[in-house]
Every structure is written in structure tokens, then in C-alpha cells.
Write a protein that binds this ligand. Sequence first.
Ligand code: FAD
Length: 510
Amino acid sequence: MLANIKETHPFVYRYFSSVADGEQHFRRIREIDHYWETFSQDNVPLVVLDGSELPGYATFSGDFDIIYAGGTLGLLHAAVMGSVYRRSIVLIDSHTPGRSTRDWNISRGELDALCRTGLLTEEEIEECIVCRYKTGWAEFFVDNGRQRRLYLDNVLDCAVDADRLLGKALDKLLGNPECRVYGGTTFKKLYRFDDYVVAEVVGADGQTLYCRAKVFVDAMGVLSPVAMQLNDGDPHTHVCPTVGTISTGLEGVDHEIGEILVSTEPADMSAGSGRQLIWEGFPAGNGKYTTYLFFYDAVDSDNDKSLLGLFEAYFRKLPDYKKPGEDFAIERPVYGIIPAYFHDGFGCTRVIADDRILMLGDAATLGSPLTFCGFGSMVRNLERLTDGLQRALGEDQLSAERLGTISAYEPNVAAMANLMKYMCYNKATDSPNFVNELMNEVMIVLDELPVRYREAMFRDTLQFSDMMTIGVNVALKYPEVLWVTALKLGLGGSLGMIKNFVGWAFSPSR
Ligand SMILES: Cc1cc2nc3c(=O)[nH]c(=O)nc-3n(C[C@H](O)[C@H](O)[C@H](O)COP(=O)(O)OP(=O)(O)OC[C@H]3O[C@@H](n4cnc5c(N)ncnc54)[C@H](O)[C@@H]3O)c2cc1C
């Protein structure tokens, strides 16, 4: 398979050939890229069906309180439900549960939420932190003499070993003898009855199994066919394709500093009508360093969003960001498509639950559309998300309406979709360096305001009044943003922004 791209993607071929499991990663990337071929197709596959369609020959291989499909963030939630609330659970994942294609950064204080749920102790959390850095910064490419590096302390300053954290969650879950975990097992269909659901899954050996439970949790991430169906083929409005490596041997890296957002050039026009590429770099402990390349984009743009194409750009452009030295070696590639949703209304306008179905993580697409910290969002909301499901199960109230209240929807986070739209380069309305120039002015404004503003913005905890202060200051420094808004967002987008901001202003958490 990898050999097939030797001519078309020479950098990916060369570097992936040098990585342990390179072929396996390549296949996973192709699987994710296949998503774009199915996205928004006219005939959305129907995977949630009425119970009457369950084949008559189906026999149940188990009866549980909860079925989870998806073993990344789903595993964190399941571990609390299984080990703290002692619910019986079956969790399936088409790959290896608890093995992620990424690592996570988070602010140290946020991890305490894992203790509050009773899932992990302080010591166990510390064991998952592979690195802490002194400070971080963000900087955008401008050549107008105004470039400002914004320093950020105590923000996304912990690198977490995702697999180690999920491994601990898996151990806790399996500590309850009534819980089962199946890897290599793919969700196919869900049959819904009045009192229960039945999931049809195909195991690693090709056998079809049927599991019965009170409620189904969809944690299948951006690829979720359940979220696709329940949102009529439009589960996301925007995406952030992200690729990178955890490596050693890069020149000029500082192992005590995180580089949170960095751009090195104007919008790249080589893969469609334009995308503003952004780098991120941070130490990953033991001399390793993580570098990401990503861009914000609307799902319906004509840009190439394939991870394969982005990986080729990553390896080609990496020397402009961090030069690979003679001993450069990749420990593993990291990648994924992070989804975002613009809620066109005063509150949550996306389907995130249905009768006996609850979506979590990227399947629910409620993480910040600006910082794309889906792990952070899950951790921040884990107590509420688990306690809410425990209560709903206890009261046997598993309607769409009730489950819809158990969500990670945060009005301040949702409103960030409006800011994210400015990060999506649009050839029709933007000059090639528009995104960088605007973001540089935002950095200047944040640098001149008290530090709590920048901390809140990058930790997804911005209050309404803070946002207004930042917005007014940016408009004063960079008035072009006002007429660009009308062009870039259009009438519908501008009205949508007003609705979001009104909803946020009147929300209890403003
Ligand atoms: C490169 C990268 C870096 C990131 N860095 C950060 C960060 O620093 N901080 C942060 O907070 N967030 C970060 N994020 C975002 C965060 O990783 C995601 O929000 C999070 O992983 C979402 O988890 P999830 O479980 O919802 O989805 P996923 O991680 O996509 O997991 C979904 C799971 O479902 C399984 N699955 C899919 N389809 C099926 C099926 N049909 N049947 C059975 N199983 C199925 C998959 O195998 C997978 O294991 C990053 C994302 C990427 C891509």
C-alpha cells in the first residue's frame, strides 16, 4: 500500500517507510481520508433503525446498562460509569481501545476534574503527564513591522501521554467484572425498541454479534455514522485537519517552551483556493518533540482536506519551521480530523442525542472550534456528563430531550465558531496574509490586556464581557475587520454571530 504513493507523495513514502508500523498508520490515514468521499452524500447510510427491523435470528451476546461505540474519549466516560457508578458496560472499538492517534496538551489545573469524578488519583494523573513547560507563546507571520509574540503561562502547559491515561481508564473499567471491552469490533447498526437498544457489531473474526442495553453512547468521533444520520448528513460545518509527528533530532527546539500557534507564511494556495497553515510545537518529554501542522476550513471549501496531502505538505515544509537534523527520527506520526459545528441559533442547534442515544466527544462536536481541545472539553465536563447519565439511567428517563441535557455544550465555547471563521482563509474576501494580520492584531490586543484575558481565551473559559472587550479593542486597532466581517461571514453568518452572542449573553454561564 505505502509503495503505491512513492511517486505521488514522495515525502510521506520516505518518512513513513522509516517509522515502525508506518504501513499501519498509512492505512489508518487512508481510512480517515475515505471520510471525504462519504461526507454529505445524498444517501446517508441508515444505521439507526426501528426495533422491528432487527433480524429474527439475532441472539443477544449480552445485556448491559450501556453500550459504548468508540474507545478514546468514550473510554474515559465509560471508566467513570463502570468503576465509580458500577454500571455494566460493553465498549467496542474498530481499532484498539485506548490507543489514540494523538497526544494531548492541557492546562494542569483542568486535569483535577479527573480526580473529582473519582476516576484517578493525583498520583495516577501525574504518571500520565510526560512533560510540563515553563511557558508558551503564539506568533503569526507578518512583515508590517508589528509582529507580536504573545506569551502564555499556565495554558496548555502539560503534555499528556494519551495512551497511558486511556490505559489507566481501561484498567479501571475492566476492574468491574460486569464490563466488557472488544477491540477490532465495528459498530454496524442500532435497533431501537421502547425499553432498550440492540447494537449490531462485527467482531475481529468477522462474526456478527448483537448486544442489548438501556442506552447507546456514540463516541465514534468524526467518523460516526450515527451522528451523520441524526444530523441528516451534515454533522459538522467546519474541520481542522491536523497532522504531525513525535520525533527526536529537530534543530533549534526549546524543551521548556510550548509553541501554541505559529505561522510562517501567508495562505498556501497549492491545494485548493487557499488555506492558512499553522504550526504547533511542544516538548513531549525524554528529548522528544511534537510538531503539528493544521488549518481551519469550512467543510464545503474546495481545499484538499486529506491527511495524506497535508502530511506531504508537513514533511516538505517542516524545515521552514523546525529543521530536521542529521539524526532526525520519527517515533510516531499523529493525525486526525477535528470537527467543529457552527450553531446557527441562540443555543445548541446540532443533534447530540436521540431516544436512548447519547453522543460524546467529537461525535457530539461540542469541543472548541477555536482551540480544538476536544480532550480538554471532555475532561472539563466529565463530572457533569457522567453524573447526568447516571441520574437519567436511575430514573429510566432516556428520551432525546433528557439525554440532550447531558451535554458538553458551553455557549462561550460554541460562540468561538464565529472567530474560527476568520481563521478560515477565503480567497474571495481575503488578501493572502489576512489571517496572519488579523491574528497578529488579536495578539497585540491580548498582550496589552491583563493576562487573564489570554488565559481564558486559550483555556476555553472566556466570559461574555471579556469577549466584548477583546472585540472592541481589535476593531479599534484593525478597523478593516468590520467590513471584512460583512464580506466574510455574509448576512447569514453575521446574523448567526449575533444570535450566538445573544444566547451567550443570556446564558447562566456568561
Ligand atoms: C493531532 C491531534 C492533536 C490533538 N491535540 C489535542 C490537545 O492537545 N488537546 C485537546 O484537548 N484535544 C486535542 N485534540 C482533539 C482531541 O484529540 C479529540 O477531540 C479527541 O480525540 C476526540 O475523541 P473521540 O473519542 O471523540 O474521537 P476519536 O479520537 O476519533 O476516537 C473515536 C474512536 O471511535 C472508533 N470508531 C470509529 N468508528 C467506529 C465504528 N464504526 N465502530 C467502532 N469503533 C469506531 C475509532 O477507532 C476511535 O478509537 C487533538 C486532535 C488531533 C487530531
